[in-house]
Every structure is written in structure tokens, then in C-alpha cells.
Ligand binder design. Structure first.
Ligand SMILES: [Zn+2]
Length: 314
């Protein structure tokens, strides 16, 4: 009896405090859209999910607006990859207590799954001058490829982590959060199978991507990437690198080169010109997909279709 009263009292005062300080309608704030896809599936019907990075911006090059800083501060939960990806929010995230954030890169089971970034071969071949090299260093994701949202496996682990944090923060919504996680995992397993069978016949068809973002997806589905134009999309590949890619396109009989909606550099077209290589587009951020229960699996399906439509050819 006493226990019940104490709980009720605590709940009431938390609610009142929330109302007074105006934090009652804070939400889950995700750094970039694909993370918003995962978060919104878990938070569905419980709390809202917001995305910091505006559509059309690059995950590699963004500066927080004062309103973003405020949103981060007021968030119930902040979900991001980590400072090696979203350097733009590192300073703000440092002010947020650990209980109120999920950092994809530091989840307990993620580390053994990390794959190396390939900055070194870019440095060897790109022929940048040293000024370029410095800024490359600065923007770079570190030793590992940090586009972790492109791994269905890491996405699932992140969903579990978000679920657990939200249950801690909103224990009254546990039933709904449990159901959301279960639905997410079921959808993901099903989509994973579908995407797997769409992409299976495309194994061995070589291609180049614009930036080194897709390693997790490619590894998971056994695709045959021949390489990338650049590690950091903010830095255009040098003439030497382009020449080398063009040679590889022909020698290794690449089928496609992929640009991105965020980056449609003339260099990608120039390299493919006069060869039989097709042009495609890959969107690593799922720009046209709306947040919601099924958005992450819609994103995987969209990406899969983007690979398939170019690699299949007609
Ligand atoms: Zn990237």
C-alpha cells in the first residue's frame, strides 16, 4: 500500500515538473534520417521522433543551428552513430547524460561487426596535395566505416537499445514499446529475406559507388563493389584517381557507377562517358522515405531496388 502511494506520488511530481519546465513534449531526436527510421518504429504511439539533418544535407558536412542545439538539449533521448560520424553534434552530445542517449558505434555487440574504412588506399591513389589531406583527416570517420545504419544487424541491435532506454524513461509505455520492437524485428527479418533474394542474382556484377558508405550493406548481401570515388564526399577525387577508376571500369568490366542524390558530381558521369557502364543512383539516407513504423525496411527495400535497377540492366 505504502509502496503504491509512493510510486503514484513520484509519477505525479514528475508529470508536474515536466509541465512546469516545458519538457513534457520532448521527443526522440535522431541525428540523421535512417536513424530516425529505426527510432520512429520503436517510439511509434509512445513519443515523437525528430531528425536533425535536413533533407538534402550530407551527414559529413552539417553545422547545428541554435534550434538544433535546443532540440538536442530538450530531447528525451538522442540517437546518433558517434563523434566519428556526426562530428557536427559531438560538442552538444557531450552535455547529454548517458542515460539519455544511444550511440550506435558503442553498443556492446557492435564492435566485433565494425569494418575498416578504406581511407588509406584513397590517400595512396588520390594525389591530393597536403592541404586536402588535412581536411580529409578532419572530416573522416576514423579507422572504421561508420555508416552503421546500412547494416541490418546493427540496426536491429540499435532498435533493442532504443527500446531499453525508452522503457527506462517511460515504464508506463512498456507494453507498446515491447510490441513495437517485436514488430520491427519481424519486419526486418522478412525484408532481409526479400532483399537477399532480390540481390542474390546480382553477385559478381561489378560497380563503383561515389562515396565509401555502403560496406555493411554490400557485405551483408554479398554485392561486388569494385571501389569508390572518394571516402569523403566533400573532397572530389583527383585526376589520377579518376584515370585509375576509368581503367578499372573497363578492365574489371564494371556494370554501373552510382552517384547519390546528395552528390551528383560531373566526375561520375565523365568517368563513365564513352564506356558501356551504366549510371545509377544510391541514396544512403533514404531521402524520400517518411518516418514511421515500417520506414527502416522501406529504406532497405529502396536501396536494394536502386542497386538492382542499375545492375540488372535491360
Ligand atoms: Zn557518408
Amino acid at each position: 500500500m505504502l509502496h503504491k502511494n509512493t510510486l503514484l506520488c513520484a509519477t505525479l511530481s514528475t508529470a508536474l515538473l515536466g509541465a512546469v519546465t516545458g519538457t513534457a513534449n520532448a521527443a526522440v531526436v535522431a541525428s540523421i534520417k535512417p536513424l530516425g527510421f529505426i527510432a520512429s518504429a520503436i517510439a511509434d504511439g509512445v513519443t515523437t521522433t525528430e531528425v536533425l539533418l535536413p533533407d538534402g544535407a550530407s551527414e559529413h558536412d552539417y553545422a547545428l543551428r541554435p534550434s538544433d542545439v535546443k532540440r538536442l538539449k530538450n530531447a528525451d533521448l538522442v540517437f546518433w552513430v558517434g563523434p566519428e560520424m556526426e562530428a557536427f553534434m559531438d560538442k552538444s552530445a557531450q552535455q547529454i547524460p548517458a542515460a539519455k542517449q544511444v550511440q550506435m558505434a558503442t553498443l556492446p555487440n557492435v564492435e566485433p561487426l565494425l569494418i575498416k574504412g578504406s581511407d588509406d588506399d584513397d590517400h595512396d591513389h588520390a594525389g591530393h596535395d597536403h592541404g586536402d589531406e588535412n581536411s580529409d583527416e578532419h572530416h573522416h570517420h576514423g579507422d572504421y566505416n561508420m555508416h552503421l545504419w546500412l547494416s541490418p544487424e546493427i540496426a536491429r541491435m540499435s532498435a533493442v537499445a532504443i527500446h531499453d532506454k525508452l522503457v527506462e524513461l517511460m515504464p508506463q509505455s512498456r507494453a507498446r514499446l515491447d510490441a513495437n520492437l517485436q514488430a520491427f524485428e519481424a519486419q526486418l527479418a522478412q525484408t532481409d529475406k526479400q532483399v537477399g533474394s532480390e540481390l542474390a542474382p546480382l553477385k559478381g556484377k561489378g560497380y563503383f559507388v561515389f562515396h565509401d558508405a555502403y560496406g555493411y550493406f554490400e557485405k551483408h548481401y554479398g554485392l561486388t563493389s569494385l571501389g569508390h570515388f572518394t571516402v569523403n564526399p566533400e573532397i572530389q577525387p583527383g585526376a589520377q584517381r579518376l584515370h585509375q577508376i576509368r581503367t578499372q571500369l573497363v578492365e574489371q568490366k564494371a556494370v554501373c557507377v552510382f552517384a547519390e542524390p546528395q552528390f551528383r558530381p560531373a566526375v561520375v558521369e565523365a568517368v563513365a562517358r564513352g564506356t558501356s557502364v551504366r549510371m545509377g543512383t544510391l541514396d544512403p539516407l533514404g531521402t524520400p522515405v517518411q518516418l514511421g513504423k515500417e520506414s527502416y525496411t522501406q529504406f532497405l527495400t529502396l536501396l536494394s531496388n536502386q542497386y538492382a535497377s542499375c545492375l540488372k540492366g535491360e
